[in-house]
Design a protein around this ligand. Structure first.
Ligand code: HEM
Length: 540
């Protein structure tokens, strides 16, 4: 018996000869179609797109089939992560460590150059005026990257929608972030801050005369997780906390999976990580469904207030559904779940790294720590919950936060894709090109910010963001129609958090602190943020 017949199912030999021939022909046709598709995806298309870019004067790395620059990026990231940065002069020059592939590509091929994200060309656009043009998306040709299965594991809210669906969700969500509503959330912010500083007071007391050392990064993650839990879910915030823990683990698994080769269908393989990601997604969904169901029935019974984000979201939803003229404009429960997941992801991770880097910067620059504390005590006094107007008078704290957002931009890059041929800066981009807007590189660009671009100088923002000379190059919250919906929320929370800490503690870097900024989703301190805290209660 030949090899071929031995692997065939027995029923094949029962088929008439003519049907057998059809079957063979169909198998050959399907195999040939798959081979052509695979070749188009892995070879012809990338070659075509690469040629279209090069013919217009753009330079970039050579295409390596299927993997593109992924192996090189992994190698450069590994090298970068293995070396810490020195403290002192030059320590804020973090682009080569945080984005080694793009830094190298820009040095070798220019500010507008390309690398390969698997078989897709990824053009780095680092000129501020072009970043604005892409983000303003005047003609609607630059869209967000389509969310794959992997990203949907993290969230699937307004941030990943396009067109009509995005506009509808943004319309419903916008009012939940109006200043009047945010003001009502301030007591929740204050409760979380008080819990944190009281816990630190306990640690300082227990340490006695020895220095009290704390890795403030996990504490800032817990703080922002708590804030978003209370702001989003009010009285259900303890259940919300569980979601926050799960989202943190999910982010790590997804980031790891995304750095692997870009193999279609990889997510379907039953690997240990893939199974865990599905398990986490399922648990998050279960917890959220429980919270939403409880709230909906309470709202129907007229029991629940709607000052938290979930209440406001459900209220807008119910109002849209009630109003016949708006039939179909409401959002479904699954969509509310998608938005809640996004609030956690977008709201907690980003603000926690902002707070962490700000505290590290205040330790590195004690003169600014003193100035900020003096202002906090003068404007807010030594205790009590600050109101919105008082937080608005914290000029120095705001300048410090903006400078932290510039130097240690939480979201280091934003991506868009061309879905139609589009002209930008004199180059005609074909459809199917990814545009990478490296916010961190723009924020560190000496041609834009001056020779001291890598130095911590909050006075750049003495006249606010709009007064800063290089303001058009400042994008920590994005720009245009898709600008961060939570930026006022984040700034209020950050001011409240920094003020609460400065009122009660003086801070220093611990000798154990290693300066190692690196993006895992957000720009994180790779080895933690170990600080020494000294309680100021005795001195007041
Ligand atoms: C320091 C804190 C924060 C930073 C640096 C930040 C940064 C950003 C950036 C850069 C974008 C634009 C992404 C793009 O254009 O592709 C964005 C969008 C978004 N952010 Fe934030 N964010 C922060 C805090 C928050 C908070 C606290 C929330 C909510 C509670 C939030 C919710 C959102 C949402 C929903 C979007 C999507 C908007 C849309 O696509 O229409 N963010 N954020």
């Amino acid at each position: 018996m030949s090899m071929a017949t031995s692997v065939m199912p027995p029923w094949i030999s029962l088929l008439p000869r003519e049907e057998l021939l059809y079957l063979y022909a169909a198998a050959v046709a399907v195999t040939a179609w798959c081979a052509v598709r695979a070749l188009e995806w892995a070879w012809w298309r990338p070659r075509r797109l690469g040629r279209a870019l090069r013919s217009q004067g753009l330079r970039g790395t050579a295409y390596r089939p299927v993997a593109g620059d992924t192996p090189l990026m992994q190698l450069l990231n590994k090298e970068a992560r293995s070396r810490a940065m020195p403290l002192g002069r030059g320590c804020h020059d973090i682009v080569p460590r945080a984005m080694p592939l793009f830094h190298r590509a820009m040095q070798e091929h220019g500010k507008i150059s390309f690398t390969w994200f698997g078989p897709v060309p990824r053009v780095t656009i680092s000129k501020p005026e072009l970043v604005r043009e892409v983000l303003s998306n005047k003609f609607g040709h630059f869209e967000k990257l389509k969310f794959g299965r992997l990203q949907r594991m993290l969230h699937n809210g307004v941030g990943s929608h396009e067109g009509e669906k995005w506009a509808k969700h943004r319309r419903i969500i916008n009012p939940t972030f109006h200043m009047e509503k945010l003001k009502r959330m301030l007591p929740a912010f204050a409760t979380c801050c008080t819990e944190l500083v009281e816990r630190w007071e306990g640690l300082a007391l227990a340490a006695g005369d020895a220095p009290c050392e704390v890795d403030v990064w996990p504490d800032m993650q817990n703080l922002t997780g708590d804030v978003i839990s209370r702001a989003a879910f009010g009285s259900s915030y303890l259940e919300g906390r569980r979601i926050f823990q799960l989202q943190g683990e999910q982010l790590e698994l997804v980031t790891l999976a995304m750095s692997k080769l870009h193999i279609p269908g990889y997510m379907l393989l039953p690997t240990k990580a893939n199974r865990r990601m599905k398990q986490i997604a399922g648990e998050i969904e279960r917890v959220l469904k429980g919270i939403i169901a409880k709230r909906e029935s309470a709202m129907r019974a007229g029991e629940a207030t709607s000052d938290d984000l979930l209440g406001l979201l459900l209220e807008s939803n119910m109002a849209h559904c009630r109003d016949d003229s708006n039939a179909g404009t409401g959002i479904t429960t699954d969509e509310v779940i998608g938005e809640c997941k996004l609030f956690y992801f977008a709201g907690a991770e980003t603000t926690s790294v902002l707070l962490t880097w700000t505290l590290i910067l205040l330790c590195m620059h004690p003169e600014w720590q003193d100035r900020a504390r003096e202002e906090v005590l003068r404007v807010l006094g030594p205790d009590g919950t600050p109101d919105h107007d008082a937080l608005g008078r914290l000029r120095v704290v705001t300048m410090v936060l903006y400078e932290a957002l510039r130097l240690y931009t939480p979201l280091t890059a934003i991506h868009r894709e061309t879905y139609k041929p589009m002209e930008l800066g004199g180059v005609r981009y074909p459809a199917g090109v990814v545009l990478m807007l490296p916010l961190l590189c723009v924020h560190h660009d000496r041609e834009v910010w001056g020779a001291d671009a890598d130095e911590f100088r909050p006075e750049r923002f003495a006249e606010g963001v709009s007064g800063a000379a290089a303001a058009p190059a400042f994008f920590p919250f994005g720009w245009g129609p898709r600008v961060c919906v939570g930026q006022n929320f984040a700034m209020l929370e950050a001011k409240m958090g920094i003020a609460a800490v400065l009122r009660r503690f003086s801070l220093q870097l611990s000798p154990d602190y290693t300066h190692a900024p690196f993006p895992v989703g957000m720009l994180q301190p790779q080895h933690g943020a170990q600080l020494r805290l000294k309680s100021l209660l005795d001195h007041m």
